[in-house]
Design a protein around this ligand. Structure first.
Ligand code: FES
Length: 102
């Protein structure tokens, strides 16, 4: 189920199909759509795990206001994937606490 329209963020652009990786696994999405939309279309609901209790988190506000969708994108932690456009070749990692799994 792909999110293509958002009541606050409006319609997402649908560019060409691009490849990216999630935790080393190759995936596909559309250039310009939010990373979270591409993940959701692939059935990925967990974006990070909390630092203290290791609880899973995913899309919550979907407008860039909370931190539930943060992931490590191209080595940079705490990227809000619900408002970050997807680009070809992005390396996306599930975030555990403030970093990736070691
Ligand atoms: S879901 Fe709240 S910032 Fe992305």
């Amino acid at each position: 189920m792909r999110i293509t329209n958002h009541p606050v963020l409006d319609e997402f652009p649908k560019g060409r199909q691009v490849r990216f990786t999630l935790d080393g696994n190759e995936m596909q999405g559309y250039e310009g759509e939010p990373i979270a939309a591409a993940l959701r279309a692939a059935g990925i609901m967990v974006h990070r795990h909390t630092a203290k209790l290791d609880q899973p988190r995913g899309i919550f506000c979907a407008i860039g206001r909370c931190t539930d969708c943060v992931m490590i994108v191209d080595g940079k932690p705490n990227v809000r994937t619900c408002v970050t456009p997807l680009r070809e070749g992005m390396k996306i990692q599930t975030q555990y606490g403030v970093r990736g799994k070691e």
